[in-house]
Design a protein around this ligand. Structure first.
Ligand SMILES: [Zn+2]
Ligand SMILES: [Zn+2]
Length: 509
């Protein structure tokens, strides 16, 4: 038995440790510069869990998601056509979308991500950096930052150990000629007009009005500026920001000395890696996106993946058999009385779920949706919510196609497989007895069908393992298959009796 302290969930620990003014604001944010993968998802889920734990403690709290869509495109990523070279350096909210169906490049990646969030029962207040900058929301803070250029520069050099160029400024104007957001030299600052005069690398000398979004603060200053602007009290972030001298360290000092606010309580999280593929990075184009993930993983199980591991632990996710193990574990946790992990994972709006393993069997038996529903009904499941059932079935189909190991795949043969002609007399006798046993069953139920094998085999002097093999052979043409009782139950009595009668009939021998 664990001691009580060991059983307090990490989200509750964070929720009880956070200081600062209420309402608490939990900030999350991701740059939508590429497909948003399950590794990024950890940030928003971590924030959501802390936020929910705070609300449950009676604290007034809010969850924010700030999309960094005003960041410039850094380079032509491997998943982009070469033609994107002309957009490098421009804000991703102003770049055309790669598929042509979204408002912008940023939107292209943000839209599926936001719908994944709602499927995962996460409803943050969403802010777009581009809108915040362009609406003038940050005007006061930008003026403060530019006004403290010397002090910020001193903090950055001292804490991070970097050396900054002599004409460095915390603000990057958008050049009126080349359109790029980059380190132009700031010549003059007019705080009353919210403008700077700059000299861009392209040669242009111009004026940028930061109250209209004609530029942005550099990342290391932008971050603490937001803490001040929104009053952020908690923020999860990846370990790359948490290194000594990293952006959290410099942010803390800038927050206190320049913006006069306390930095948020940090929740540092580790990466999620995909078994056999390493840590996920969207810029390398090898990651599994959150949308792809939700194609196979039920949303509450995906929450559980993040819930059960403390943020500082790496998650090594195996989308093959590992997914089934994870789902089984989640199902076990859901039956525990004091299931805090279950409470934090479950999604109230999700109606009954068919066990994933059973669905794996059923979708491989059924030829179409009607077949699917009748299989499930035979197995005693409520199929009244058709869209929900079809969604679950589709997840399993995608899983079978993309990630499942061959050992779980099978197909029910339309005709009696020819191997059955080689059955010995003993085999045939055992199979006949099993057939008689099935015929006499008072009810067509998985457990009885399954246990029958153990009852019949010894009576016929056959090994139960051999009898299982023969039965699988009769339906699948292979000696292994899904759990027999549940498999035959789903196939239906009529079909099973018909096939076994054929297998033992003399014309086959
Ligand atoms: Zn698009
Ligand atoms: Zn320029």
């Amino acid at each position: 038995m664990n001691s009580v302290s060991e059983r307090i969930h990490w989200a509750d620990v964070v929720a009880s440790s956070v200081k600062g003014d209420t309402p608490h604001r939990v900030a999350t944010g991701i740059t939508p510069s590429g497909p948003i993968h399950i590794g990024n998802m950890r940030e928003v889920l971590t924030g959501d869990l802390v936020y929910k734990a705070m609300v449950e403690r009676g604290l007034s709290a809010e969850l924010l998601y700030i999309a960094d869509d005003f960041d410039p495109l850094r380079k032509v990523y491997p998943f982009l056509p070469e033609s994107y070279a002309e957009w490098v350096g421009k804000p991703i909210s102003d770049i055309p979308c790669p598929c042509g169906e979204h408002r912008s490049y940023a939107d292209h990646f943000l839209t599926p991500f936001l719908s994944a969030l709602s499927e995962l029962d996460i409803s943050p207040r969403v802010y777009l950096s581009s809108e915040l900058y362009r609406s003038g929301a940050y005007t006061k803070e930008i003026a403060t930052a530019i006004g403290h250029t010397g002090e910020i520069r001193h903090i950055l050099e001292r804490v991070s150990g970097r050396t900054l160029p002599p004409d460095w400024a915390p603000f990057y104007p958008v050049c009126s000629v080349c359109g790029k957001l980059s380190a132009a030299r700031i010549l003059e600052h007019d705080a009353a007009r919210s403008t700077v005069r700059y000299h861009c690398a392209c040669g242009n000398e111009g004026t940028a009005d930061y109250s209209r979004g004609e530029g942005k603060l550099v990342w290391r200053v932008d971050w603490p500026m937001r803490w001040a602007h929104f009053g952020i009290t908690v923020e999860p972030f990846g370990k790359d920001h948490a290194t000594a001298g990293g952006s959290y360290d410099t942010g803390k000092e800038i927050a206190r000395r320049v913006f006069r606010c306390e930095p948020p309580y940090p929740v540092i999280y580790e990466w999620i890696s995909l078994k056999g593929k390493g840590a996920m990075h969207s810029s390398k184009g090898v990651a599994v996106t959150i949308t792809e993930m939700l194609e196979i993983v039920p949303p509450d199980v995906l929450r559980y993946l993040i819930v059960r591991a403390r943020p500082e632990r790496t998650i090594d996710f195996d989308p093959g058999m590992g997914l089934i193990t994870l789902i089984d574990e989640y199902d076990r946790v859901s039956h525990e009385a004091a299931g805090r992990e279950y409470e934090l994972s479950r999604i109230a709006s999700i109606p009954t779920r068919i066990p994933f393993r059973h669905m794996v069997t059923v979708v491989q038996i059924a030829h179409d949706d009607r077949g699917l529903f009748s299989c499930l009904s035979r197995s005693g499941y409520d199929v009244s919510n058709a869209p929900n059932i079809l969604r679950q079935a589709e997840r399993v189909r995608v899983w079978l196609r993309k990630y499942a190991p061959d050992t779980v795949k099978f197909s029910v043969k339309e005709k009696l497989p020819p191997h059955l002609k080689d059955l010995s007399e003993d085999d045939t006798r055992a199979l006949s007895s099993y057939l008689e046993f099935l015929k006499a069953l008072p009810a067509w139920s998985a457990e009885a069908i399954h246990n029958g094998v153990y009852e019949v085999a010894p009576r016929c002097g056959t090994d139960a393992k051999r009898l299982f093999e023969i039965i699988y052979l009769a339906f699948l043409g292979q000696v292994r298959g899904p759990r027999l009782g549940w498999f035959l139950e789903a196939l239906g009595k009529e079909f099973v009796l018909g096939r076994l009668s054929e297998a033992v009939s003399p014309c086959v021998l």
